[in-house]
Design a protein around this ligand. Structure first.
Ligand SMILES: [Zn+2]
Length: 170
């Protein structure tokens, strides 16, 4: 069986970034706990899927992606100032344990959605948070292997996601 539209594909991979001409591993999916997705409807970068297209179980792949094809360009607009009073602990004090430069925090917006951001600087009144994806603006490489390929079940295609192992349980 080959990786193509509507097949359920499992892959192991290492996500690599280049730092000072050295490849650094920033994320790993082992063969025992692979990433599982429905080919063609996964929402994964099209260029990532293209690199797997037509390959079989056991085949390896390696694809380098520009930021625009991976985690997006870095956007200045994703920097925002948040009043310090948002970060008070139960005692009403500014929470210095959780909030420090470089810390990642989850913030809820007015619609109840959670956004993960990084603390850039802590000022007198405000904190500058960066809500870009940590890999925004960074070219990345996926280096991996196809672990398994199977047919998608009709209910998986109807839902647009994998059920069972590596997928949604419901
Ligand atoms: Zn479902």
């Amino acid at each position: 069986m080959k990786a193509e539209l509507h097949k359920v594909v499992s892959v192991s991979y290492r996500l690599l970034v280049n730092e000072n001409n050295e490849e650094i591993v920033v994320e790993t999916a082992e063969a025992t706990d692979p990433m599982v997705f429905i080919f063609g409807v996964s929402g994964l970068p099209p260029k990532f899927e293209e690199s797997l297209s037509g390959k079989s179980t056991g085949d390896s792949f390696r694809v380098s992606l520009d930021p625009v094809d991976a985690f997006g360009e870095y956007q200045e607009e994703a920097l925002s100032e948040v009043p310090k009073e948002v970060f008070v602990n139960e005692a009403g004090q500014f929470d210095t344990e959780a909030v420090y430069e470089g810390a990642y925090l989850q913030l809820e917006d007015e619609n109840g959605y959670l956004h993960k951001g990084k603390v850039v600087t802590i000022g007198e009144e405000n904190i500058v948070m960066d809500f870009n994806h940590p890999l925004a603006g960074v070219p990345v490489t996926f280096d991996g292997e196809i672990v398994n390929i199977r047919e998608a079940q009709p209910d998986e295609l109807a839902h647009g996601h994998v059920h069972g192992e590596g997928g949604v349980h419901h």
